[in-house]
Design a protein around this ligand. Structure first.
Ligand SMILES: Nc1ncnc2c1ncn2[C@@H]1O[C@H](COP(=O)(O)OP(=O)(O)OP(=O)(O)O)[C@@H](O)[C@H]1O
Ligand SMILES: [Mg+2]
Length: 316
């Protein structure tokens, strides 16, 4: 089916045919898709409103390309971005779920949570060393593979959006303000420690099932991030370990200087807890997903010969 105004099941983009909508964020939708050779991928498609804006498209392409060059086992692999008709998009590995979908099933047991945190901290250590701050760490951007390992998605995307906003004045927020750091909420300069705060909110939510700060009002939420101390996680959940609580509260420090200085430092702290999590994960992924991810990776590693001339597609 040729591309129309809105993507729908059956729409063809490059070698991919869209199957089903996985979800929508502030400026893009993400679809599960397949290739004729049986490989699968997730396709992120800019909403038409932004695809028609040359400035945004350019920033989106530049940042996506930058993210595509971040090669690390705990960072999602993405392909070159392309345009087909109205649709500006890029392909990435398809994952069976995210920390958000996992959280929809309930709180995460501590050993599993520590293992996921470790994976995210490894991704952040690598990216921060390359000078890339994620800016939008939250459960939807932490994808979980069939083996229970986590990878971080959407590196660079938030920078495309914030650069666009400051250059054009167009009001556009990505995702939810619940995970914003105090310095982001105040529009101050940020560094990697902003991601550590957002990871702290993510861990708080995963460990307790609840967010530390809740309000429907953006400004009130921003004020809470800046001023309000979070309730210690063990207050409502005394079964959580003191060490986990200490780690979460340190990540949630209002001033970046009071957080771990780097994601590497967080890794060291996690190691000191003698991470019991790696072999005790309870997250069981259904076989169909197992298959889908495996075939994605196969498709990526061995692109079909007749795809060689499709320049937008870069095997990873
Ligand atoms: N590669 C992928 N495999 C599986 N699901 C994915 C993949 N990439 C994104 N998703 C899911 O698709 C949904 C939409 O993702 P998207 O990145 O557009 O928005 P978001 O992360 O929820 O918010 P925003 O990007 O606006 O801050 C999310 O639920 C996300 O977890
Ligand atoms: Mg996302």
């Amino acid at each position: 089916m040729p591309p129309a105004d809105a993507p729908s099941p059956g729409t063809n983009l490059g070698p991919f045919t869209l199957d089903r909508l996985l979800g929508q964020g502030g400026f893009a939708s993400v679809w599960a898709a397949h290739r004729a050779d049986g490989g699968t991928a997730a396709i992120k498609i800019l909403k038409p409103r932004y695809a028609g804006d040359g400035d945004f498209e350019l920033r989106f392409r530049q940042e996506s390309q930058f993210a595509a060059n971040l090669s690390h086992p705990r960072i999602i692999k993405i392909g070159d971005i392309g345009r087909e008709g109205m649709f500006v998009y890029f392909a990435m590995e398809l994952y069976p779920g995210s920390l958000a979908t996992r959280l929809a099933q309930g709180r995460i047991p501590e050993p599993e949570l520590l293992a996921i945190t470790r994976d995210v901290a490894e991704a952040l250590t690598f990216a921060h060393e390359q000078g890339v701050v994620h800016r939008d760490i939250k459960p939807d951007n932490i994808l979980i593979g069939p083996d229970g390992r986590a990878v971080v998605s959407d590196f660079g995307i938030a920078r495309a959006v914030s650069g666009y906003v400051s250059a054009t004045g167009v009001n556009m927020t990505i995702g939810t303000p619940h995970y914003l750091s105090p310095e982001q909420a105040q529009g101050r300069p940020i560094d990697g420690r902003s991601d550590l705060y957002s990871l702290g909110i993510t861990l708080y939510k995963a460990a307790t099932g609840d967010l530390p700060f809740k309000s429907k009002d953006w400004y009130e939420l921003a004020r809470m991030h800046v001023e309000e101390p979070p309730a210690p996680p063990r207050e409502a959940h005394p079964e959580l370990s003191r060490k986990l609580e200490r780690i979460i509260l340190r990540l949630l420090a209002k001033h970046p200087d009071d957080r771990p200085a780097t994601a590497q430092e967080l890794l060291t702290e996690l190691d000191a807890m003698q991470d019991p999590g790696r072999d005790t994960r309870s997250f069981k992924v259904p076989d169909e997903y197992q298959q889908s991810v495996t075939s994605t990776i196969d498709a990526v590693k061995a692109p079909a010969k007749d795809d060689k001339d499709k320049k937008w597609w870069k095997p990873w």
